[in-house]
Design a protein around this ligand. Structure first.
Ligand code: PLP
Length: 465
């Protein structure tokens, strides 16, 4: 054994203690550091021939790299839809690496059974029935890709071809219909050989909405002359967190032949609160469902789940077995369900957070985030310098400058907010207007934080006028 490695092995508990001390300083200091860092990152250094040992590496990381990392795990990073990591999920994440299990199959470990228990908990949390089976993936983009891969196999089944064996070329053009799809849906269609251009957007409801007009969707399906088609419904759009009417869309299945995929990346969390659960009603009727966990469940990157009612088709697409072996049927190993073969025990951080706080604890995070988004929305509506672009429907505030919201001026506000170190919001375009988004999905965020964000926004808006 290399002597530095041998030395580290002999001092392993002490090394872990150093890492613990460093991590504790980071998580407790999160509130007092700038939310983002805009300084130039260090230049790359040559590969060391002789390493510095774990303690030396930690010292170099702490000096060269950590100061430039963002406070995205903290309370006032409201860009994109960014969750943090609850104390229990962080514990689970550390132990994921400690045990270093391969969750591809059982392999002499109960780890995959823990993964199944967690999937059952998540299914219940989102109001899905046992007809849905689940699998962990790295993020909502992959979850959407897996769901749409199963959809593609289903379209093949309807057309009398087996896409997983004969190839996407045998399928012919596929119609994919959606109101306000997330960009990852187009990416998934590109990966799957269906093609980005096959995604057709259906008009949304009038009156400042992003939800699909179900009558227009019915008309588009009617025009397909019998289908089969793929419908991507959206439960929580990124700009204004609007929800398609999932029950009405599912009811169209009586008349038209389509696969219903629901992108509920963070909208599925509405189901945790009796006040907002109606928004996600009908989710169970989907053929495939995408939910992110590193957003609103507040587990570390990278974690998402994929649910489907057609695990048989999923296995056809993703199985990784010798053709001479019997294909898995009941409780297949996870390597047969997603693009990953070997995989970390992605369930453990989620398991820890659910075991620690239960559905009630996670419901509180969701409800508090929504209340804070409303609070910021009300404060924005009450000032002359900013205006809301849409009502605050759930946890995202979409707003812009009251006067002259040009791309240049709006981006200047975003930059000024970031430079203040107080908060981070991201630019967007909503209904043709340049705007900004503040997405509340971190378990730490408080009213005091929200008021600090508002003050930073006002100061930034004043600086560009
Ligand atoms: C964030 C998001 C995605 C993509 O999620 P990743 O985890 O970044 O891959 C897809 N759909 C919606 C609605 C999202 O909010």
């Amino acid at each position: 054994m290399h002597r530095t490695l041998a030395d580290d092995l002999s001092r392993l508990p002490a090394l872990l203690q150093s890492a613990r001390d460093f991590a504790a300083g980071e998580v407790t200091g999160l509130d007092n550091r700038p939310v983002v860092h805009l300084d130039k990152a260090p230049d790359p250094e040559p590969l060391p021939a002789e390493g510095a040992g774990a303690e030396g590496a930690l010292a170099r990381f702490a000096e060269r790299w950590a100061p430039g990392f963002s406070g995205s795990a903290g309370a006032r990073y409201l860009g994109f839809v960014t969750g943090g990591a609850t104390p229990a999920s962080l514990t689970g994440d550390w132990l994921t690496s400690t045990f270093d299990q391969n969750a591809s199959g059982s392999g002499g470990s109960s780890a995959t059974a823990l993964e199944r228990e967690t999937l059952g908990w998540l299914r219940e949390l989102f109001g899905l029935s046992e007809a849905h089976s689940g699998a962990f993936v790295t993020g909502a983009t992959v979850s959407n890709t897996v769901g749409l891969a199963i959809a593609r196999e289903w379209v093949g089944e309807r057309r009398g071809v087996c896409v997983s064996r004969e190839g996407a070329a045998t399928l012919g053009p596929v119609d994919v219909l959606s109101g306000s799809p997330h960009s990852s849906v187009a990416k998934a269609l590109s990966v799957l050989g269906i093609g980005r251009d096959r995604l057709r957007t259906v008009p949304v409801l009038s009156g400042n909405r992003e939800a699909v007009d179900v009558e227009q969707l019915a008309a588009a399906l009617e025009a397909l002359d019998g289908g089969p088609a793929i419908v991507v419904a959206n439960a929580g759009t990124v700009n204004t967190v609007d929800f398609d009417d999932l029950r009405a869309i599912a009811a169209l299945k009586e008349r038209y032949d389509f696969w219903l995929h629901v992108d509920a990346a963070f909208g599925a969390f509405a189901a945790l609160s009796p006040t907002y659960a109606h928004l996600a009603e009908g989710l169970d009727a989907a053929d495939s469902v995408c939910v992110d966990l590193h957003k609103w469940l507040n587990v570390p990157y990278d974690a998402a789940v994929q649910f489907t009612r057609r695990q048989d088709l999923q296995i056809r697409v993703f199985h990784n077995a010798s053709p001479y072996l019997r294909l898995p049927t009941a409780d297949p190993d996870f390597l047969h369900l997603t693009p990953e073969n070997s995989q970390r025990l992605r369930a453990l951080p989620a398991w820890f957070s659910l075991a620690a706080y239960g559905s009630a604890g996670h419901r509180e995070i969701v409800e508090r985030n929504v209340a804070l988004a409303r609070r910021l929305g009300e404060r924005i509506a009450g000032t002359g310098q900013l205006r809301l672009l849409a009502p605050v429907r759930l946890n995202v505030v979409c707003f812009t400058l009251a006067d002259e919201p040009t791309q240049e001026r709006v981006n200047a506000v975003a930059r000024a907010v970031a430079a203040s170190g107080e908060a981070f919001v991201t630019p967007t375009v909503y209904d043709g207007t340049q705007g900004l988004r503040a997405a509340f999905s971190n378990w730490r965020t408080s009213e005091v934080d929200t008021d600090r964000v508002f003050d930073a926004l006002l100061t930034a808006a004043a600086s560009v006028s």
